[in-house]
Each structure stands twice: as structure tokens, then as C-alpha cells.
Write a protein that binds this ligand. Structure first.
Ligand SMILES: Nc1ncnc2c1ncn2[C@@H]1O[C@H](COS(=O)(=O)NC(=O)[C@@H](N)CS)[C@@H](O)[C@H]1O
Length: 440
């Protein structure tokens, strides 16, 4: 992409309403624009990252055997009356009425809707196990939306729902989601720690939240410092194997790690040696739930089992805060000059800066570099504007691409360009080919 033909409305000054780094930087880097409280337009650079995050979520969910689909944002109130949540959900629910005077709502989550789809089409235990998921916009009329996309009112969520014959099968689904979440967050350069949490309005008992440690996190957490040494890494997993998935759950929940609503001081003291006790703040980037027949019972989602009995299915729901993740990733990856994107989610892989737009040798070298980067399967952002070097460097640092290749007449005379790493700030002089090889 050439910057002279892109839409990147970076801001010079820091917006006063932004209180945390990720909110400030997303506004300054021209990634989002607030449409109204807690509701954002996703400008091109922000949208690009959002799609990369969605892509990783899709890939890891499908590796776990979960099936993608898409449900609408608007839902009938009748479904929520069946489960009893229409009134119980409270003021966070945005209710609307259509021209036929029918009660609708902008979905904050989709347990009722997915259960209705299931009960309309599935009737035999032979069709189980089944996990369906979608990535769809949600609306929760938060009383205090803040911190930009971190606590929005309209936000993008991956929500998945498993349907199983028994509790044991449902816990296997629970564990498949835990594994897929560990992989997902690591691919985004995040460490998201599974912690015991309260289930809240979704319901059920067993639940884990995934939290990224950050001073600006809204959740207070208590954990054994050893848990921060665990990583999933590149290990292979057979998602069909209950034992393998259970073993990962046990490994990653073997240390004390709880949010404030499940934390118990005496248990913390008994289980964790004083030097390893940590109290911190975290950003909740996902949550997995098992809630049995909470929805299948009242809504009649049953299957015929091998004895011919109609039994309600065991369910769980599992969410990832897709749009919140942009904020979480920036909170964990920025410095005073701007964002530092992990390679897995960066909007463009390489920034190309021409120090002398209009200089024949420099322009030609940039064009050749641009094509070589594309041929290497990467996506460049070429700053071909007639701006002075300092402004171009500041823009590249602000938007946080992992690599910058700087091209100038002097360097070219010696056959070299300058390659700079955004994360380390280190630069080295290389031939154009060496620079492309290094970033590929
Ligand atoms: N107001 C919000 N703004 C941005 N992200 C949010 C907001 N509320 C929740 N999320 C994200 O959405 C994830 C899932 O939300 S949840 O309430 O925990 N779970 C559910 O809604 C279940 N239906 C899971 S399918 C959260 O972990 C969080 O990362």
C-alpha cells in the first residue's frame, strides 16, 4: 500500500478524553474514530488489524473442530422470554421495537438463539458432539463505556457454543476451548492466563477467564507467580483426545490464579508460598463457561439417546473479545513513540521510507523494494509522501510496524539501505536483497 493513496488520519496531539495508552494510540494512529459513546468507526488501519485478529481466531477455532457460522445482531425478545433472561438481563440490554410493534433486542450474546437453531434441527445423540461459533457484533449498554474499544457498547466477539450428550463430553469441549484460546493468544504475542472466575449473567458453575496482566486492566487478580512461566508454544495436540486436552487444563490450572470474585485469602496463603503471591490487574480477553442444561431444559433442546430417552443436551459458551484484543495487545506492546505490533497481527509487515521523494535513484529503489517485499509474501506500507524524514519516521513509529526500511541517495551510492527493528530500535545497513530476506 502507498501512503499517498491510503487513508491514515493520524493525530498530532493526544486526545484529552483518552485515559490509557491503547485508547490514546488507537486514536492518534488513525485506527478508530468514536461515533458515539462506546461505539466506533473502524478506520482502515484499525480495520486491518481487526481482520488479522479475526483470522487467527477462525483458524484456531477450526483446528479445534468448531464450525463457523453467523447469527444476526438483532434478536427476537420471545426467545429471551423462554429462557427467562429478557427481564433478568437488565439495563445493559438495548431493546428496540419494529414497525409491527414487535419486541426486538440488539444481542449482547447468543445462547438463546443458538439453542433455538440447535433444537430446530438436531434430535439424535448420533449428531453430537457439536460446537458452533460465530464472530459477530454485540451490544451491551454499559453504564460507563471507557478506555476506547476496551469497554465499548458495540463490540466484536467470537462466541462459540458446544452441545454434548453428557457432562464429561461437555467438559471435553470446555478443555478444547481452553487449549484453542492458549494458542490463539500466543499467536497474537499475548500471555493470557486462565483464572477461576464467576459466571455472572451467562450462568453455570465452571468458568475460567483469560487475563492479560496490565496495570490498566479492569479486573483485579491474585495468582502464583509460577503460572506466568507456562506457555503452550508449538506443541502438537490431538483435539479429539480427552486425555490430552484434560492434561492441558490441569497443567494451566495447577497454580492458584483467580479473579477477585473467586479469590479467597486463606486459600491463597495456604496454597502459595509468600514469595510467589502476586496481586495485579488484568484485561479479560476471553471467558469459557460450562452451564449444563440451563438453556436446553427451558427451551426443550433435547436429543434421543441410545436408550430412546429424550435428554436435554449439556452446553457451554465460550467468548473471545475480538475488538477488545486490539486494546489489550497495544497495552502490552507500546512505548513513548507509539505502538509495537507483534508480527502475527501487524497491519503491514514492513514500512518503506523514501528520504528523498522525487530523487530518481531513491524512487526506483523504493519501487523495487516494494515489489520484492510483496513477492516475499509480505505486505509493505510505502511512505511515498513529500514529507520530511522526521515526520515519516514519527508516523512509522506511531503506527508500530515491526520493520522499517529507509532508502536515501547517500546509502544507495554505497549500495545499501537501512533496516530498523521497531521493537529494539536497532538499525543496520544492508543491501536491499539482504533487508528483504531478513524481514521475510
Ligand atoms: N463491553 C465490552 N467491550 C469489549 N469487549 C467486551 C465487552 N464485554 C465483554 N467483552 C469481551 O467479550 C468476552 C466474552 O464476553 S462474556 O460476557 O465473558 N461471555 C459471553 O458473552 C458468552 N456468551 C461467551 S460465548 C469477554 O471475555 C471480553 O473479552
Amino acid at each position: 500500500m502507498r501512503l499517498s493513496r491510503y487513508f491514515l488520519p493520524v493525530l498530532k496531539e493526544t486526545p484529552s478524553e483518552a485515559q490509557i495508552a491503547s485508547h490514546r494510540l488507537m486514536l492518534r494512529a488513525g485506527m478508530i474514530k468514536q461515533a458515539s459513546a462506546g461505539i466506533y468507526s473502524w478506520l482502515p488501519l484499525g480495520y486491518r488489524v481487526l481482520r488479522r485478529i479475526e483470522q487467527i481466531v477462525h483458524e484456531e477455532q477450526q483446528k479445534a473442530g468448531h464450525i463457523p457460522m453467523l447469527m444476526p445482531t438483532l434478536q427476537s425478545a420471545d426467545l429471551w422470554r423462554e429462557s427467562g433472561r429478557y427481564d433478568a438481563y437488565g439495563p445493559e440490554m438495548l431493546r428496540v421495537r419494529d414497525r409491527q410493534d414487535r419486541d426486538l433486542l440488539y444481542g449482547p450474546t447468543n445462547e438463546e438463539m443458538i439453542t433455538d437453531i440447535f433444537r430446530s434441527h438436531v434430535s439424535s445423540y448420533r449428531e453430537l458432539p457439536m460446537t458452533l461459533y460465530h464472530i459477530q457484533w454485540k451490544f451491551r449498554d454499559e453504564v460507563r463505556p471507557r478506555f476506547g474499544v476496551m469497554r465499548g457498547r458495540e463490540f466484536l466477539m467470537k462466541d462459540g457454543y458446544n452441545f454434548d450428550l453428557t457432562y464429561e463430553d461437555a467438559m471435553h469441549a470446555y478443555n478444547r476451548h481452553l487449549v484453542s484460546y492458549l494458542r490463539t493468544y500466543e499467536r497474537m504475542g499475548l500471555q493470557a492466563i486462565p483464572m477461576r472466575a464467576e459466571s455472572g449473567p451467562i450462568g453455570g458453575d465452571d468458568t475460567h477467564e483469560f487475563l492479560v496482566l496490565a496495570e490498566t486492566g479492569e479486573s483485579e487478580v491474585f495468582y502464583d507467580s509460577e503460572i506466568t512461566e507456562l506457555t503452550f508454544g508449538e506443541r502438537k495436540i490431538d483435539y479429539e483426545s480427552r486425555e490430552e486436552c484434560q492434561a492441558v487444563l490441569e497443567e494451566f490450572t495447577s497454580r492458584y490464579a483467580r479473579t477477585d470474585d473467586t479469590h479467597v485469602d486463606t486459600e491463597f496463603e495456604e496454597q502459595v508460598p509468600e514469595e510467589r503471591r502476586r496481586r495485579a490487574r488484568g484485561i479479560e480477553v476471553g471467558q469459557i463457561f460450562y452451564f449444563g442444561t440451563k438453556y436446553s431444559e427451558p427451551m426443550g433442546a433435547t436429543v434421543v439417546d441410545d436408550q430412546g430417552n429424550h435428554v436435554p443436551v449439556h452446553m457451554g459458551s465460550h467468548g473471545i473479545g475480538v475488538s477488545r484484543l486490539l486494546g489489550a495487545i497495544i497495552e502490552a506492546n507500546h512505548d513513548d513513540n507509539g505502538i509495537i505490533w507483534p508480527e502475527g497481527v501487524t497491519p503491514f509487515h514492513v514500512g518503506i521510507v523514501n528520504l528523498k521523494q522525487g530523487d530518481e535513484a531513491a524512487d526506483l529503489a523504493c519501487e523495487q523494494l516494494y515489489n520484492a517485499v510483496v513477492e516475499a509474501g509480505l505486505e509493505p506500507l510505502y511512505d511515498d509522501r513529500s514529507e520530511r524524514a522526521g515526520a515519516k519516521f514519527a508516523t512509522m513509529d506511531l503506527i508500530g510496524l515491526p520493520w522499517r526500511i529507509t532508502v536515501g541517495p547517500r546509502g544507495l551510492k554505497n549500495g545499501v539501505v537501512e533496516l530498523t527493528s521497531r521493537r529494539t530500535g536497532e538499525s543496520e545497513e544492508l543491501t536491499p536483497d539482504q533487508a528483504v530476506t531478513k524481514v521475510a
